[in-house]
Design a protein around this ligand. Structure first.
Ligand code: KG4
Ligand code: ZN
Length: 359
């Protein structure tokens, strides 16, 4: 197998766990390109339809990989390894990305790096600042200094996505420990299911965020579940919102339309307080003061603001990935792959995607 022990490490990374097809190119951990193709086809169904997601990945993957190579100014010959999302996710979606990655690795005689999607969300916090492009718009030079500060180990990460809600204690790039997680719905599901109850299209999280900006978060009060330890629960909140909306619309059928910003702001405020109250507890228990957030819900403007304000009060250093690295993207697969490459943690060609995987 072709591999280099000296010189820059250039990786091609693929993410296809759900409904985004993404490819990134990294060089020595710096992201040179990160192309993401969404799938509008699911909107009309109110959620991701797995079979349609697989088909869209098959249509998108070649153009997305081409675009990533082109934007990075990179040729297939420049690559040292291929990274891909191995698990968890929709099995049909994962299979498209993993089969493509394996075929490319076989054809180019390159090693494979199998990446866990949730670990990659955490690792988005270790992506160095995007380097300035050259004066003629050419790709970033690896000689230029990286801009942003990164968290120091050990750090905590609150990973909030459509399928997971976890508090992760990170000892090193490849050694992470889940110290709290949801017992039922994920935070993203709480947003999306609430949005569905309000008649908003999928995915509803960004829309709740949008309407909440104009609303009063104190107008309606939703319960905070009393769950021991560092675990979360969101299913009770969903039920409370359902009963609340049923009662209000029975009195006034126009209630949702008339109060949408206030309802969204109140729901968002409760989801954020559930998340941050547990996160503060985790910081107190572990004594860790570098705290990150990651995953699709970390794109939420209210969460980003509340997390940073809490950090100031608690004396934490807070870290939030740039917006494009919060929702699903291949840059986070590339940075995780980069650390795996340095550790020599390669996967055999017989590796297969897995819908569920513990770590
Ligand atoms: O990490 P992600 O892109 O995919 C998974 O791995 O699940 O997260 C998707 C989730 C969805 O539930 C989506 O509604 C939520 O992230 N999300 C948001 C926002 N942007 C994405 N939730 C609240 N506010 C947002 N701005
Ligand atoms: Zn994700």
């Amino acid at each position: 197998m072709r591999s280099t022990t000296t010189g820059p490490v250039t990786l091609l990374a693929i993410e296809s766990s759900c409904d985004e097809t993404s490819c990134a190119i990294s060089r020595d951990g710096l992201i040179l390109s990160n192309i993401i193709a969404g799938q509008a086809v699911h909107e009309q169904y109110g959620g991701v339809v797995p079979e349609l997601a697989s088909r869209a990945h098959m249509q998108n993957i070649v153009p997305v990989v081409d675009a990533a190579l082109k934007e990075a100014g990179c040729r297939l010959d420049d690559l040292n390894a291929i990274a891909f999302t191995e698990s968890p996710g929709l099995i049909g979606s994962l299979l498209v990305g993993s089969q493509f990655a394996k075929s490319l690795a076989l054809a180019l005689d390159l090693p494979l790096l199998a990446v866990h999607h949730m670990q990659a969300h955490v690792m988005a916090n270790l992506i160095p600042g995007r380097l300035p492009a050259g004066p003629d718009g050419s790709p970033a030079s690896v000689d230029a200094p990286a801009a942003t500060a990164l968290p120091s180990f050990p750090f905590l990460c609150l990973t909030v996505s459509g399928g997971h809600t976890q508090i992760v204690l990170c000892h090193s790039p490849l050694k992470m420990e889940v110290i709290g997680e949801t017992l039922d719905d994920a935070a993203g599901e709480a947003f999306d299911k609430s949005a569905k109850l309000l008649g908003l299209p999928y995915p509803g999280g960004p829309l709740i965020d949008k309407y909440a900006r104009e609303g009063n978060p104190h107008r309606f009060s939703f319960p905070e579940p009393q769950i021991p330890g560092l675990d979360f629960s969101f299913s009770g909140l969903k039920t409370a919102i359902l009963y609340f909306l049923q009662a209000q619309t029975a009195k006034d059928p126009g209630f949702i339309a008339a109060s949408l910003p206030d309802i969204c702001a109140s729901i968002q405020d409760r989801i954020i307080s559930i998340l941050l109250n547990k996160y503060r507890k985790a910081a107190q228990r572990t004594g860790v003061t570098d705290l990150c957030i990651a995953g699709g819900v970390s794109a939420n403007s209210g969460l980003r603001r509340a997390f940073q304000e809490l950090g100031v009060r608690e004396g934490w250093r807070t870290f939030i990935p740039p917006f494009e690295y919060c929702t699903d993207n291949a840059a986070m697969i590339a940075i995780t792959g980069h650390y795996k490459y340095l550790a020599g943690d390669f996967a055999p060609l017989s590796v297969s995607a897995s819908a569920r995987a513990v770590w």
